[in-house]
Design a protein. Sequence first.
Length: 219
Amino acid sequence: MTFKCKNLHFQLMVKKIAYAKDNNLFVYDLETKKSTQITTDGKKNGIINGITDWVYEEEFAFVRAFDWSADSKKLAYIRFDESQVPEFSMSIFGTSLYPTIETFKYPKAGEKNSLVSLHIYDVALAATKEVNLGNYNDFYIARMQWTNDANVLSAQVLNRHQDNLDLLFIDGTTATSKIVLNEKDNAYIDVTDNLTFLKDNSFIWTSEKDGFKSHLCLR
């Protein structure tokens, strides 16, 4: 179950709650009533952990960038480094006599996007591993979710032109990845949530390879 409040996003599990606040990620233990801060480098207009930047929210309808494994032992999240993204300022008209100025990171066409990285936090070890995505350059992590296998994370990596997408399976222990599916298109790939994992961890994927979005593939 996922909740969203102003500047606060959290996903509810049975014993623990993961939530993002002030650009950092936390885990709250319902039994001990103790919060553990997973990240410490969060900074406005600098680093975002667990919540997407403006581009992802606007272009991919993607906001909560963290997810629990099936056994609740690991938490995967995306880190956004937007320190090199140009800033944009706009006037905010509220109830005051004069407007306030809000400045935020906003990449126009051709400008730098956030540098993204994918991480897996082990709750028992209180340790984080970064997934090796060194084969990609100037990319988006358009979707990420744990599969039915508690040690296998999935991620959809999309190039900036948005015409090539790799579906990755990532080992939750070693943080190594492999490509299990690739989609290419002469125009662009339409990112959706049409990925369903079955009991044996095979999955159903909505493909547009033949020009029809309604065609389903079982892998």
